[in-house]
Design a protein around this ligand. Structure first.
Ligand code: NOJ
Length: 551
């Protein structure tokens, strides 16, 4: 099958299905709800959707714990609904990328049920069981997981434990077992044969583990990560999936990669190596925390953002493709983040949109980002559903030091900030549902909603619409070089993209006040493509002002 590289001209919209649109008014989003909003997406201009998991799942981690890869979770609908959704998307020129969660299954998956109830089951070796220490009283080693605490759960009435890098309801699959890899290939084939256009591969760089399973030097978080991040057989496994399945279809893959250097990335996305199409790296979302731990907040500085953007734009140039994003279902909202504030919500949201939309790579927009939805400002843990936040809250309560370090940030950085229901209009529950939703609706839904945004020609929505139209098929954005301009300015992030004698100058201010910018006029040449202000001054940028010129 010829690969058309369609992803280079894609703008991808992420749907978090339980929060998107509820068609049967049970307070929980569903596939029919998605179908009802496809014209909205078409009007926005996106040409691809990444759909977070809709498979059968006990929903311990909102669907990232899958109990059946071949069926749809009943609250989301049926396989018939799915087929209609896919057809309706394709009719509108919108492709569909599904989530592939295969580092772990749910503990409710049939494989795991058999593995745990019968030591001699053929499924035992689908997972990672190890003998505990001290006759089973202690876990096999001191590794700690992504949701905090030990990565090991003891099997009832036995001295054995199973590995889970996330919740205990998410046992890790044993990729050393070739049968597991065959199962994964079959899952991929099943969905590709249905016409699905790609996969976002959940925590894909965790699938290979060092086989010593020894304790590591204790660390504050993720003890043992050298054993389970970027493991020894990672590239071999990905090449196997690619050669046997992915390469047979005109599809794309985007891998979620944690702690990924440019050198790691080059191995993953260099087309000659036949692994993944692109990856999500998190260097930019880590610019406001210490050591990649989001709970340890740090003051944001524009220079750090400049540094990581430059690193990735230059680092993968000519040898791989970037993904571009500022929000997803695991990150808090970008309004009020990356140096912006709610007071200048519209200006800041448009500025951030501009900053990342003109870079090389494929941009992703997370649901609600296009109307500038904001963080929830939770007041109590009872308002939060997310298992990660609850685990951290418990740990912070039981451990004084940890409590001191993270107590102020748990609500602020909680993933539920991004998961509040989509705000469609100003009716009760924001038009998401007529029943009380599974998670509270942000109280600002009366003023921030899609109905209002579509009406207001100056809205963030219309700005995104313009950016999307401008960038699809634009050769400078797709192929141009990247060069930082005004590199020493502390408040202004500006860059130039050049291709075949043509340039784009992208200028973004991160300051809350007017900024006199020395040398600005030099770059304000040609046509003004977009700006978040109607009038622009020659040497001054207004709060969060952005402009793009093309010559
Ligand atoms: C990454 C997903 O984005 C996140 O939501 C999930 O909790 C973990 N992987 C585990 O699957």
């Amino acid at each position: 099958m010829k690969n058309t590289n369609w992803y280079k001209d894609a703008v991808i919209y992420q749907i978090y299905p339980r929060s998107f649109c509820d068609s049967n008014n049970d307070g929980f989003g569903d596939i029919k709800g998605i179908i009802s909003k496809l014209d909205y997406l078409k009007d926005l201009g996106v040409n691809c959707v990444w759909l977070s998991p809709v498979y059968c799942s006990p929903q311990e981690d909102n669907g990232y714990d899958i109990s059946d890869y071949y069926n749809i979770y009943s609250r989301f609908g049926t396989m018939e609904d799915f087929d209609v959704m896919l057809e309706e998307m394709h009719k509108r020129g919108i492709r569909l990328v599904m989530d592939l969660v295969v580092n772990h299954t749910s503990a409710e998956h049939e494989w795991f049920k058999q593995a745990i109830s019968d030591k001699n089951s053929k499924y035992r070796d689908y997972y990672i069981f190890k003998e505990g220490k001290k006759n089973g009283k202690k876990p096999p080693n001191n590794w700690t997981g992504f949701f905090g605490g030990s990565t090991w759960e003891r099997v009832d009435n036995s001295s054995e434990y199973y590995l889970h890098l996330f919740a205990k309801g998410q046992p890790d699959l044993n990729w050393e077992n070739p049968k597991v890899r065959e199962e994964v290939k079959n899952i991929m084939k099943f969905w590709f044969d249905k016409g699905v256009d790609g996969f976002r591969c959940d925590v894909i760089t965790l699938i290979s583990k060092k086989q010593d399973f020894k304790s590591r030097f204790p660390t504050l978080a993720l003890c043992g990560k050298d054993a389970f991040v970027n493991g020894p057989r990672l590239h071999e496994y990905l090449q196997e999936l690619n050669n046997n399945v992915i390469s047979k279809y005109d599809v794309m893959t985007v891998g979620e990669t944690i702690f990924c250097s440019i050198d790691d990335a080059k191995k993953l996305v260099n087309p000659d190596r036949h692994e993944l199409t692109m990856i999500f790296n998190f260097d930019h979302t880590d610019t406001d925390n210490h050591m990649g731990v989001k709970y340890l907040k740090k003051k944001f500085k524009v220079k750090n953002l400049k540094k990581v953007i430059k690193k990735w734009q230059l680092g993968l140039r000519g040898c791989g493709w970037n993904s571009l994003f500022i929000e997803n279902h695991d990150q808090r909202r970008s309004v009020g983040r990356f140096g912006t504030c709610e007071e200048y919500r519209k200006e800041g949201a448009k500025m951030l949109a501009t900053l990342y939309f003109f870079l090389q790579g494929t941009p992703f927009i997370y649901e609600g980002q296009e109307i500038g939805m904001t963080n929830a400002h939770f007041k109590s843990i009872d308002e939060i559903v997310d298992i990660e936040a609850h685990n951290m809250y418990k740990m912070a309560k039981s451990n004084k030091l940890l409590g001191l370090l993270i107590k102020d940030s748990i609500f602020d950085v909680s993933r539920d900030n991004a998961r509040t229901p989509m705000q469609w209009d100003d009716t009760k529950y924001g038009g998401f549902s007529t029943a009380k939703p599974w998670l509270m609706v942000n109280e600002n839904y009366k003023s921030i909603n899609t109905k209002e945004s579509v009406k207001d020609l100056d809205s963030i929505y219309h700005y995104y619409q313009k950016l999307i139209k401008f960038r699809i098929g634009n050769e400078i954005i797709k192929n141009g070089t990247y060069e930082e301009i005004l590199p020493h300015n502390k408040n202004v992030f500006a860059y130039r993209r050049s291709y075949k004698g043509k340039d784009l100058f992208v200028i973004c201010s991160f300051a809350k006040k007017n900024q006199k910018v020395k040398g600005l006029v030099k770059y304000c040449k040609g046509n003004l493509v977009v700006s978040n202000y109607k009038d622009n001054l020659p040497n001054v940028l207004k709060p969060y002002e952005c402009r793009v010129y093309s010559n």
